[in-house]
Write a protein that binds this ligand. Sequence first.
Ligand code: NAP
Length: 302
Amino acid sequence: MANVGFVGLGIMGRPMALNLLRGGHRLWVHARQPEVMKPLVESGATRCKTCAAVAEHADVLFVCVSDTPDVEQVTVGATGFIQRARPGSVVVDMSTISPKVTREVARRLAERGVDMLDAPVSGGERGAIAGTLSIMVGGKPDVLERVRPLLNLLGKNIVHVGDHGAGQVAKACNQIVVGQTIAAVAEGLLLARAAGADPARVREALLGGMAASRALEVHGERMLVRNFAPGFKARLHQKDLRIALEAAREAGVELPGASLTAQHVDALVEGGAGDLDSAALAEVLERLAVQTLPAAAGGGSR
Ligand code: NAP
């Protein structure tokens, strides 16, 4: 049984923390809003007033917060893990953030004898609940082996990509593929409608061939029934594409496809849809195309 901490109990973090608890580990949690901790505390976790207090009790400190400044605050901030983490403990950051800042946070933690893995995930809320996430790991291989039994409770495909930041680079690559695939699914369904074919039947046909993808399955379904409850919020998708384009600039490469998708996601968020699922990207593309996808009979609503 390990002593584990978790900060960032949102759509992804809450089920991941529950899976660690169900795996038989002792869990300490912190959230800015106390009610967020309630389901975890009811399942046996102990609440803490600060991230530093979590670090006082736990040896492996999980983070799954929104953006780069949030990870900095939780890990190396004024009330962050670094204030009380013991040498030999490990921070596992499962948020999607900047690879460059990840390397800096890892360096600052290492000065205190604390190891860090960047371990961003793919697989969405479903994968978090089922414990079937894909986990992309950056950091020292021996540190990964120390925490692998815990990661096995969260994911099924755990890949060591390279040194600090490499996991976040892999996640940026993932978001380039996912973002453009969601846009492609929206355009495919949009053309189906415009050309007089039933988009639901088109999706069904495509799912059996080369165009099959999780985005076509999950986001395509959401587009058809107009269910844009998150899931993966559009503002997080915007953040991820910003991180990917920053990484591309630093690496000196142009990504024209990702740049265009990022503009469309910016339009979605600026239009007030930041908290809708990123499948709502279909609405931006529909406006550009002056087409409307039909709502499926009995389908959900926003
Ligand atoms: P979410 O539902 O918005 O949850 C984020 C959680 O982090 C919230 O509970 C938030 O608390 C907390 N938080 C943010 N900043 C904090 C800080 N400075 N200190 C303490 N707590 C803080 O987001 P999510 O969908 O779970 O995503 C979390 C991370 O996983 C993101 O980096 C995202 O890109 C990544 N991710 C998400 C998905 C997905 O499908 N949703 C898939 C893969 C990866 P407050 O309520 O107090 O703000």
